[in-house]
Structure formats: structure tokens, C-alpha cells
Design a protein around this ligand. Structure first.
Ligand code: PLP
Length: 414
């Protein structure tokens, strides 16, 4: 025990004196304490709580069952057939073609597979490489809707830019278009959009997307759009922002196989846009990972060519799961914001004594046997009070797991 605490103290000492970009990254993510130590992410903390207590883990967003068997078999075949060395830097030609076909088939977008798309180590790398490639100095600003996926603030800080946030407010999490217009200025280098949205489950309507495009044109900003839940919009239609007039020439569209094919661990993502922007992103990306996932790339090409029924069923199944989860949450006394897409349902815990959702979530594994994440984990430090009572629950789990979680949560009401 003594040895452990001595080691911990030593690591604190070293961390506080090590200069480097890690510090602004940790600070951007809200993980840097005043004494220079780095807190674990709330996801790590909550997953540890789930392991310790045996609670149902509705914290981190990963499915607990495998995706389509054709895709899994294609990966196994690719390994057996020797796809085990570096693939080409942009990705294997068959996957680049499949991504281009997919964008035409679902959205009518024309993407040149040779010049306008690259495969990345998940959407996360596509996003970070884009920010590192396109941010030019500390005066540059990146406008995001808040709450935001947690890597955004960290990557913006790593890239050395300033984060400007536009609030999404419960219960429907629609942005106020005047607030959006006020946030975008000539200093805005990038407007970073995530649609369908994590953590709120919002799917932005045409008015919001059109205003983003208008503002990007007025202020000569680049639009980076994270559409990893593109096939998991169930109560609204997903519209890629690149399909709007005036958007394609200034938009980088990011997606990932992780959510669509329940293969989050494969980390196959992609990004497409105008050739000049893609060249800029590739220039950085090639020195981050160079390439990844050789045998998974042909498998995702198979996935992207699956029939329409696969994609429709994926969204419908997730909608049913949200209904089971939502019913359990309502029975327990939460005020639920019904999601329109994505893995997550947000609920207000105030009526259950959860006005401080961070404390509520820390107690929930022992109190109810369920793990969830406070929405403050997705909000910058100065804005946390507006989200203090809100909790995010993942619905991307097996039905029986959700039913068990719903039953445990309902017991809170008794
Ligand atoms: C909005 C959003 N963007 C990006 C990612 C990361 O995607 P990937 O695992 O492909 O890097 C996630 C994963 O949860 C997400 O929710």
C-alpha cells in the first residue's frame, strides 16, 4: 500500500513538471487538475465501477453483440488470404470505391475514390488529423455545438485553437440559430458538426444545416461533419451536410464503420471532401498512424455494399432498444428526452435526487446496479451548471441487458 502511494506521488510530481502539448490536451478535455495531475476520464472511472459492482454498464457506447456475419467472415477470409501487411496510405482501392458507391447510393454525392477520400483509424483519427491539418494558429476558432463528443475539445486544444461553443438545451437540444450566428466570425476556421448527435440524440433539421452552410460561406470557414451515426437515425431523416447547396466545396465528411456494423474495435473510419482538403488531412494522417486495419478494410467494403434491408433494420432495432430503455427510465421517474438517432438517451435525474448528475452517476452502480455518464462530461467547465441534472444512457446493448437495466432503474422509484 505504501509502495503504491509512493509511486502515485512520484508520477504526480513528474507529470506536473513535464512540459508539452499533453497539458493543453488534458486541459481541453477538462482532465487537468490545478496540481498538474491528470484525472482519468469519466468513462474509465465508470467502467471500473461497473467491473467492481457488477452493474449493467450503459456508460460507454459500444454494442455487446457482433455485427453482420458476412462482414465478420470477410475479415477472417482477408487474414487467411494474407491481407496482413501495410495497406496503401489512402486505404485499399476496393474500400475507397465502396465508400464512393455508398455516398452515391444513399445521398447522391459524387466522391472520386482516388483523390477525395481516405481511410482512417476510426472517425477519431479523421477528426484529429483534420484539426491538426487545418488549424493555423492560436487565433483560429473552432465552433461546436455543446454538449460535444469528448474528443472534440481535447483535439481542438491539441491543435492549438480556441473552442467556441453553441449550446444545445434540453429537452429537444435544438440550437438557437441566432446564437449560432453570433458564434461564427471571421476567426472561425472550422465549424464542427456532429449529426446525428452524441450525446443528445438530436438529428439536426434542414434549417440548422442550411444556417451552418450559410455562415461557413459568409466567414469562409471549413465545415467538418462527424456522421458516424448516419445509419442510426430512426425518428428523423439523416441529411449529410455536404448535400446542401454551397456545402460540398468546403466540407469534410467523416464517418466510421464502428457504429454501422457494430465493430467499434476495428477502428475503420473515413473522410471525404474536396481533393485539396483531403491532401491536407492526408499529409498529417500519414505521420499519425500512416495506415491501419489491413484485413478489416476489405470486410468493411463488404459491409458498405450490404442490402438496404440491413441498414433499415439496424436503425429500427436501435429505436426499439431506446424504447425499452426509455420506458425503464420513465418508470423510475426520469424526465426522458426521446432521441431521434444515435446510441444514447439523455434523461433528467433531478426528480430522483440527481440534480448533481455527476454525484448521482457515481452512486448509481451501488444504488441501482447501473452505470451511466453525467452530461457534464461532454460540456466545457464554465457551462456545466446548465447540464447538471442530465444523464446519458447507452441503448446499444442486447435487449435482455436493457430490460435488466430498466427493471433495476424502475426499482429506484420504490
Ligand atoms: C460522435 C462520435 N464521433 C466519433 C466517435 C469515434 O468513432 P471511432 O470509434 O470510429 O473513432 C464516436 C464514438 O463513440 C462518436 O460518438
Amino acid at each position: 500500500m505504501l509502495v503504491m502511494s509512493f509511486r502515485y506521488g512520484l508520477s504526480l510530481f513528474f507529470m506536473s513538471v513535464i512540459p508539452g502539448a499533453w497539458r493543453r490536451t488534458a486541459a481541453g478535455a477538462g482532465l487537468l487538475a490545478a496540481d498538474g495531475s491528470v484525472a482519468p476520464t469519466i468513462f474509465a472511472e465508470m467502467s471500473a465501477a461497473a467491473a467492481r459492482t457488477g452493474a449493467v454498464n450503459l456508460g460507454q457506447g459500444f454494442p455487446d453483440e457482433d455485427g453482420p456475419v458476412d462482414v465478420l467472415d470477410a475479415a477472417r477470409r482477408a487474414i487467411a488470404d494474407g491481407a496482413n501487411q501495410y495497406p496503401p496510405g489512402r486505404g485499399i482501392p476496393d474500400l475507397l470505391t465502396a465508400i464512393s458507391e455508398h455516398q452515391r447510393r444513399f445521398y447522391g454525392l459524387e466522391v472520386d475514390p482516388d483523390r477525395e477520400v481516405i481511410v482512417t483509424a476510426g472517425a477519431t483519427e479523421a477528426l484529429t488529423a483534420s484539426l491538426l491539418a487545418l488549424i493555423d494558429g492560436p487565433e483560429d476558432e473552432v465552433v461546436v455545438f455543446e454538449p460535444y463528443y469528448d474528443s472534440y475539445a481535447a483535439a481542438v486544444a491539441l491543435a492549438g485553437a480556441r473552442l467556441r461553443t453553441v449550446p444545445l438545451r434540453a429537452p429537444d437540444f435544438r440550437p438557437d440559430l441566432d446564437e449560432l450566428a453570433a458564434a461564427v466570425t471571421d476567426r472561425t476556421r472550422i465549424i464542427l458538426v456532429n449529426d446525428p448527435h452524441n450525446p443528445t440524440g438530436a438529428v439536426f433539421g434542414p434549417d440548422v444545416l442550411a444556417e451552418v452552410v450559410r455562415l461557413a460561406n459568409v466567414h469562409d470557414a471549413i465545415i467538418v461533419t462527424d456522421e458516424v451515426y448516419e445509419h442510426l437515425a430512426f425518428h428523423a431523416t439523416h441529411t449529410p451536410i455536404a448535400t446542401l447547396p454551397g456545402a460540398a466545396e468546403r466540407t469534410l465528411t467523416i464517418s466510421s464503420a464502428g457504429k454501422t456494423f457494430s465493430a467499434t474495435g476495428w477502428k475503420i473510419g473515413w473522410i471525404h471532401g474536396p481533393a485539396e482538403l483531403i491532401t491536407a488531412v492526408l499529409t498529417v494522417k500519414q505521420y499519425l498512424t500512416y495506415v491501419n486495419g489491413s484485413p478489416f478494410q476489405p470486410a468493411i467494403a463488404v459491409g458498405l455494399r450490404l442490402g438496404d434491408d440491413y441498414f433499415a433494420e439496424a436503425a429500427a432495432t436501435l429505436a426499439r432498444k431506446h424504447e425499452i430503455l426509455g420506458a425503464g427510465l420513465r418508470a423510475a421517474g426520469f424526465a426522458v428526452s426521446p432521441p431521434q438517432g444515435g446510441y444514447f438517451t439523455v434523461a433528467d435525474a433531478s426528480a430522483l435526487g440527481g440534480a448533481d448528475a455527476a454525484a448521482f452517476c457515481r452512486a448509481l452502480p451501488d444504488r441501482a446496479g447501473v452505470v451511466a455518464i453525467p452530461l457534464t462530461a461532454f460540456v466545457s467547465a464554465g457551462n456545466r451548471s446548465a447540464y447538471a441534472g442530465l444523464v446519458r444512457f447507452a441503448a446499444c446493448k442486447r435487449v435482455e441487458v436493457l430490460e435488466e437495466a430498466a427493471a433495476r432503474l424502475a426499482a429506484l422509484a420504490r
